[in-house]
Design a protein. Structure first.
Length: 141
């Protein structure tokens, strides 16, 4: 078996293929990262929200409250309001200031759908700063 070595005046042959091994390694690492991260991005958990133990935020001088009673009635600062007039009633109570925070309080038995409908009406009227009011627990941290 003979082995021929290149002479000094001969050039070595140039390889024209791309070495894809490093690319495959990178792709496999990315695949593993996405396989691990994808289940963490999906939320499929039943939620039973506890009572908040956070310190209450300071109230503004003239707060605007939207209350939803158990029977579905809407009140803006203790005044009964029809659902179609909600945007105008909140605007009157806020003095036309669309940046003012609206405090939303709802009875425990009010369906989540009713709360979302009220929030959608607020958003349609231009009020995007909505704070949810909850019952305070006896222990604040």
């Amino acid at each position: 078996m003979a082995l021929r070595l290149a002479a000094q005046d001969e050039d070595l042959a140039v390889a024209h293929e791309i070495n894809v091994t490093p690319f495959i390694d990178v792709m496999l690492v990315l695949l593993i990262i996405f396989m691990v991260a994808a289940p963490l991005a999906t939320v499929d958990v039943k939620v039973d929200l506890p009572v908040s133990t956070a310190r209450p935020a300071p109230r503004p001088d003239v707060p605007v409250y939207l209350s939803i009673r158990a029977d579905g009635g809407l009140l803006v600062n203790e005044r009964v309001t029809a659902p179609n007039d909600l945007g105008a009633a909140i605007a009157r109570a806020a003095g036309g200031d669309r940046d003012q925070r609206v405090f939303l309080r709802a009875d425990r038995s009010v369906p989540y759908d009713r709360i979302m409908q009220a929030m959608n009406r607020l958003r349609a009227a231009g009020f995007v700063h909505v704070a949810l009011v909850g019952a305070e627990s006896g222990t604040a941290q």
